[in-house]
Design a protein around this ligand. Sequence first.
Ligand SMILES: *Cc1c(COP(=O)(O)O)cnc(C)c1O
Length: 468
Amino acid sequence: MLYVSTRGGAKPQPFTAVLFEGLAPDGGLFLPEEFPRLSPAELAAMRSMSYRELAFAILAKFADDIPAGDLKRLIDKTYTKEIFGGDDITPVKKLDSGLFLLGLSNGPSLAFKDIALQLIGNLLEHVLEKHGKRLNVVGATSGDTGPSAEYALRGKKNVQVFMLSPEGRMSPFQAAQMYSLQDANIFNIAVRGVFDDCQDVVKAISGDFAFKARHRIGAVNSINWARVAAQVVYYFKACFAVGGEASFAVPSGNFGNVYAGHVARSMGLPIRKLIVATNENDVLDEFFRTGRYRVRKAAEVKATSSPSMDISKSSNFERYAYDLVGGDGAKLRAIWEGLDREGTLDLSGTGYFRRVAATRFVSGSSTHADRLATIRRVWKDYGAMIDPHTADGVKVGLEHREEGVPLVCMETAQSTKFSKTIREAIGREPSRPAGFENLEKLPQRFEVMDADVGQVKHYIATATSRSV
Ligand SMILES: *Cc1c(COP(=O)(O)O)cnc(C)c1O
């Protein structure tokens, strides 16, 4: 299988070549030339597979340039009971007749990003070793990506991680998740500033091609294709668990999770509706309701109680838009150049927007008050404690629920990460999973720096030269 750019200007490449790429050289995102279609016989055979078997059956189609034996070994090493708390990996919990929670947050950082990043950590180590290369991953986090990436890459050979985070602006739990790691290949940089300052520094570094080449800088960000591919697996697992066609309610920010559902459906999985749930930062909800996609200015982005969905634009959305324009890279490029110029894209009244209905995407948004009410309701009615992101999904999912169609709500984080909101909603402290009891009391290790590109580059250069 070969991967092309959404903007039509990159030469087709195999999976391992795009594995650690952020943007394609033409500024677009990589995706497969064509989605693999599963035959009814293949789908039927998948029904009884374990998570690991299913992951192999699906990922072997996307990563067909990794020898099957290697891929199988990497998958078997990733999706284990030890790492994900059970052999189900993504357990389905029934709340009510036709209403389910899909547990995606049982990995080491207690957020759904672990499912893809744990695999990427192993793929990365394998490919670097094979090619005798090293990589320095530089990233910025507002809370969930950083811990997931660090837990995925800690202790891995030939990889170092430089993670920028806004000093004093994450939940104490999230900060402790990263800062308590003592692995020699993890470097936490606490920036005096907000998340956007961190991201600006990372962007400046990514734009300095000479520095990037000299220090072998890479990214494992939300537009990475391998992350999408790994997330396709649990849609299959969930449909089989609830017995067939289902709708999915997905708390969304960068559109990576719900886009994986679109890929699963394009492969032949019977998904009815993909329900996009946003918080007050409703870029995606606005698009699906009106056909207008409007990038928010940094000052417009609200700091909410579901912070992992606080985005100004949705980075994987371009891949979906590519499908809306029928896979025509030149057309998508023209549309996206307009978006980059104007900050808005208006597809309302076009044939492209009419295609949205055919893809069965629907949406809705949720507020802080909605989150509190939903957490309270799910606790009272079903005895389940859900986190604020999951609550956004449940709230919007229930608005689109259909009689006779199972509704699967994605549980994207554990409540213990957001204890302040849980206390506000139901007046009690979420329980801590084993091993996390004293997290905030562990010794912490981080450097504090200004949001200064020169200072951060100097730090990275010094650390990378020491390690060679
Ligand atoms: C990242 C994240 C999301 C949003 O997922 P996208 O793939 O960016 O849409 C939702 N909930 C939690 C807890 C997250 O960490």
